[in-house]
Each structure stands twice: as C-alpha cells, then as structure tokens.
Design a protein around this ligand. Structure first.
Ligand code: VGL
Ligand code: ZN
Length: 184
C-alpha cells in the first residue's frame, strides 16, 4: 500500500491543514494492519521540502511553508503509528521544483517493481493534490489502483476539488473502496 503524506503539517494544527485530516487515520490504520499481518509492503511518501522551497509564498509559490525536511511538521502523524518496516519515500526535496506525485524524481516505481508489486492500495493527503497526482502516475505506469476513499482527505481550495479528484481517479481506472469493505 502507499500512504500519501500523512504528516503533521497536513493535519489540524499544522501549517497546511486538510480540514478534518485526522479523520483519515483510523481507516488508514485498519488497512495498514491488514498489510502488516499479511506481510505485504507498506510505502509512505512524505513531502520533504528545503526551507526555501519554491512552493512557499516567500518564494512566490501558492502555499504557506510546510513539511520542511527534518521539522516537526514534516513528521508522520503520531496517531498513524507508522511501522518501522515502512519504506519511506521523500519527495519534492529540491528548492527549485515542486512535485505532487510520489513517483516524480523518486525511486518509488523502481522499488515497487523490485518487489513485483502490481496493485496499489492508496490513501492519504491531500486527495486533490498528492493523492490525485500519485494515482495518475501509478495508473499511467500500469499499476492497478484501489483508492481507499475514507483514508483520503481533500484541501478543497476550491469547493468540490476533492470530489472532482475522486471522480477523475475513478474515470482513469482506479477502484474506489471504503476501508470497511476490505477483508478482515
Ligand atoms: C500537498 C500541497 C502542497 C499534498 C503537498 O501533499 O497534497 N499539497 N504540498
Ligand atoms: Zn508541499
């Protein structure tokens, strides 16, 4: 499974909080437990920006400073209890370039291929940015994608962005499921 950016800065109290972002944690935990017990690989992407990243307003970007590499805000949410066995993928790490996809300028695809992974279970933050772009790339690269809808939360900068992102991912071929519908 691929856990997209469940980091403190994207949760309530963080600098770029997804409204109700902490509500995704129980669903994500349920799925993580299934994967842990099944001995299946867990990948966790994290936004890992330098302090002068181009996506920050001081540099003319659209966002407040968030997920600065090594800062508290960049940590995975404590409630998630990220297992030590998770494979961590840091992204958007260079000052001059932003990226929303966990596949962009990372070795996520290579690592998944090495494990012969063909299907991804995806959830995280934010539905309308990093989840959407990660799922787009996953489908383009030929992975089957199961999107865990209750493990996703949207920034909704424009009302309805999250809904439209879900619709687009479904149209592109992702299967949308709720964590309650996963096998026990
Ligand atoms: C994200 C905005 C800026 C995300 C990352 O994880 O969806 N959104 N950086
Ligand atoms: Zn970012």
């Amino acid at each position: 499974m691929v856990i997209v950016e469940i980091q403190r800065d994207f949760l309530p109290g963080g600098s770029l909080a997804v409204p109700g972002g902490d509500a995704v944690v129980p669903a994500m935990r349920r799925c993580m437990k299934l994967f842990e017990h099944g001995g299946l690989p867990i990948f966790a992407t994290r936004d890992w920006h330098p302090p002068d990243h181009c996506s920050f307003r001081a540099q003319g970007g659209p966002w407040p400073p968030h997920c600065v590499a090594g800062s508290r805000g960049a940590q995975f949410a404590g409630a998630l209890q990220m297992p030590a066995s998770a494979n961590v993928i840091s992204k958007a790490t260079t000052p001059g370039k932003d990226s929303y996809s966990g596949f962009e300028d990372t070795d996520l695809d290579a690592q998944l291929r090495a494990l012969r992974v063909r299907r991804l279970f995806v959830g995280g933050l934010a539905t309308d940015y990093c989840v959407l772009n990660t799922v787009r790339d996953a489908l383009r690269l030929g992975y089957a994608v199961v999107l865990l809808t209750d493990a996703c939360g949207a920034l909704d900068v424009n009302p309805g962005d999250g809904r439209r992102a879900l619709d687009e991912m479904q149209r592109l071929g992702a299967r949308l499921v709720e964590s309650a519908d996963l096998p026990e």
